[in-house]
Design a protein around this ligand. Structure first.
Ligand SMILES: [Zn+2]
Ligand SMILES: [Zn+2]
Ligand SMILES: [Zn+2]
Length: 127
């Protein structure tokens, strides 16, 4: 399996992704840890390979959305409500952005953090 592009760890070896929160539409949500079923071979997530009590690697089929509790990949919370081609979700480890790659290393403070990434490339400046 490949490395996680966000935390840089080998997915079959890492116990958890280092991403611990998402900023969705400018609001911070702590991620939901893997507890109980479903868990795959060797006690690891059958999709992304993390261990019980870990955080899934971003993009895992089995990660619940911390905002609505549905499947994060399909719930739509990370989409701009007015333009579904615009992605409005940041993955952060502590207060440092790790996804999208264009913003990696950026520090995010408390409060709202407006960011939108167009699915086809950099966001148009709408300010
Ligand atoms: Zn990861
Ligand atoms: Zn997973
Ligand atoms: Zn959601």
């Amino acid at each position: 399996m490949a490395d996680c592009e966000d935390c840089g760890q080998e997915m079959l070896e890492a116990a958890t992704c280092r991403v611990d929160a998402f900023i969705i539409r400018g609001e911070r949500f702590d991620r939901i840890r893997q507890t109980g079923a479903p868990i795959g071979r060797g006690g690891r997530c059958g999709d992304c390979g993390i261990q019980r009590q870990g955080f899934h690697h971003y993009g895992c089929d089995l990660e619940p959305c911390p905002r609505c509790r549905r499947q994060l990949l399909s719930c739509g919370c990370g989409d701009d409500p007015e333009d579904h081609d615009i992605v409005d979700i940041l993955a952060v480890a502590g207060d440092v952005v790790v996804h999208p790659p264009a913003l990696r290393g950026l520090h995010v403070g408390a409060g709202r953090f407006p960011f939108k990434e167009h699915a086809d490339g950099p966001a148009p400046d709408r300010a």
